[in-house]
Design a protein around this ligand. Structure first.
Ligand code: EPU
Length: 422
């Protein structure tokens, strides 16, 4: 991945076949890497996806004087032995939203952190008030000065924290801030996403006492010292979902490997309702071409509900269904920019507040479109594969933030996809 801006071009209309292997979870990785700074010894993480968000987090680790050793393509050792708690205000911090996990991790370790406002995909307003309220409940004082958060505690003490919204980021951030706090922290109405369990598993391997991750009540008993450990990241359920949706749209027969089907139940049950031909194995799924697809209604909601991150890719597939489908996003009501791009490609979509109505079926055709955020990018790649003619996708940096080697994986399935520098 160079710094040169490029576009992805796709010649659509090919029938794809073969196997694709899913990488480690992006949204787990971006929390696991900051969590590693809580350890007093090297943390080995396997299954790290090659995505630019990982590069940005590695740059932040370098600023903190944390050593990152790349042992293999997906295998890193993070050694925080010589860590220094410097202010985090470099451009890497604003490249992604997950840099905010350094708030919880550094506050947890040092009782103090100074960090610039995090960046990330614009999906409408994405406040972090619940993270900050959680830190305050643990005894921290939060100040915002000249674009930087200064969060400081004389002493962190366990507390009972009820989250008004079950936020993934706030749950993980509070968990990390609480591992060294004195006494017991209880997070109520905690988010239940599988990535939260993965972070709790890492923390527990390091010696923390986190119980209940994956349920809506998480208990953290403070400990004195965390050590290094070995951890393998769970497969990326959103990347898996993206390839499964893509297969339902353009496959003759595709096998998606390295998945945890239980993490994909909301998607798989909807695809079944649509009439997608598929066979679910223990850690893989085979999707075959289906004759006719039924329209469906989707309501994106917190896990185990239908993932907001998959409603965008799914929209492209729904243009193929005969009849009217609807999508409501209860998490990000403004996450519908992809619909405007899909309209350019011939999709008949009505966009309302927090809602889209897809009136199919429509034949899509190639055009010049813009990936305004990561999953919008995924929906455009799928649309490009479905469309007649050539699709040119701008804003590829968003796609490279979260999808490992998307060109390579699609080429291996027979797609005609290439990049051109701008
Ligand atoms: N919210 C608040 N206040 C807060 C935190 C969140 O009001 O302090 C609201 C948000 O505005 C949103 C809802 O709570 O309406 C849920 O947000 P959450 O905090 O759960 O989202 P996040 O942690 O910022 C993660 C993923 C997103 C994914 C969402 C929802 C990471 C790094 N990001 O974001 O993933 O869409 O959960 O599942 O884990 C993506 O991968 O493309 C992506 C954007």
């Amino acid at each position: 991945m160079g710094f040169m801006e490029n576009v992805i071009k796709i010649k659509g209309g090919q029938e794809l076949s073969g196997e694709v292997t899913i990488s480690g979870s992006k949204n787990a990785t971006v929390a696991l890497i900051p969590a590693a700074v809580l350890a007093h010894g090297p943390v080995t993480i396997v299954g790290v996806p090659s995505i630019s968000d990982v590069d940005s987090l590695s740059a932040i680790l370098a600023d903190l004087n944390v050593e990152v050793i790349k042992k293999a393509k997906d295998h890193i050792i993070i050694d925080p032995t010589n860590i220094k708690n410097v202010s985090l205000d470099t451009p890497a911090v604003t490249k992604l939203r997950a840099s905010y996990y350094f708030m919880g991790a550094l506050l947890g370790r040092y009782g103090e952190v100074k960090i610039k406002m995090p960046g990330g995909c614009y999906l409408g307003p994405r406040p972090i008030d619940l993270h900050l309220k959680g830190f305050e409940a643990l005894g921290a004082d939060v100040k915002y000065e000249q674009g930087c958060y200064l969060i400081k505690a004389k002493k962190l003490v366990g507390a009972k924290i009820f989250l008004d919204i079950s936020s993934v980021g706030a749950t993980i951030n509070i968990m990390m801030a609480a591992v060294y706090a004195q006494g017991r922290t209880i997070i109520e109405n905690a988010a239940k996403e599988p990535e939260i369990i993965d972070v709790a598993t890492l923390l527990n391997k390091m010696g923390a006492k986190v119980r209940g991750a994956g349920t809506n009540v998480i208990t953290i008993d403070g400990v004195d010292k965390l050590m290094g450990c070995f951890h393998e990241i769970i497969p990326d359920r959103i990347e898996a979902g993206t390839y499964i949706i893509l297969a339902a749209a353009v496959a003759k027969k595709i096998t998606v490997k390295n998945i945890i089907p239980q993490h994909l139940e909301a998607l798989l049950s909807k695809l079944e309702e649509m009439g997608v031909k598929m066979e679910v194995g223990i850690d893989s799924i085979v999707i075959e071409k289906s004759k006719k697809l039924n329209p469906i209604d989707i309501k994106a909601s917190p896990y185990p509900g239908f993932a907001t991150d998959l409603q965008q890719p799914l929209t492209s597939l729904l243009t193929k269904c005969d009849g009217e489908s609807s999508i409501i996003d209860t998490i990000y009501p403004e996450r519908f920019k992809h619909c405007i791009e899909l309209q350019r490609m011939g999709a008949n979509i009505e966009i309302g507040h927090g809602k889209s109505i897809i009136k199919g079926s429509n034949d899509l055709f190639g055009d010049v479109v813009e990936a305004t955020d990561l999953r919008c990018g995924a929906s455009l790649v799928i649309a490009g594969l479905m469309a007649s003619g050539t699709t040119e996708i701008h804003g590829t940096l968003h796609i490279d933030r979260g999808y490992e080697d998307i060109d390579g994986k699609l080429k291996a399935l027979g797609a005609i996809i290439w990049r051109e520098n701008l």
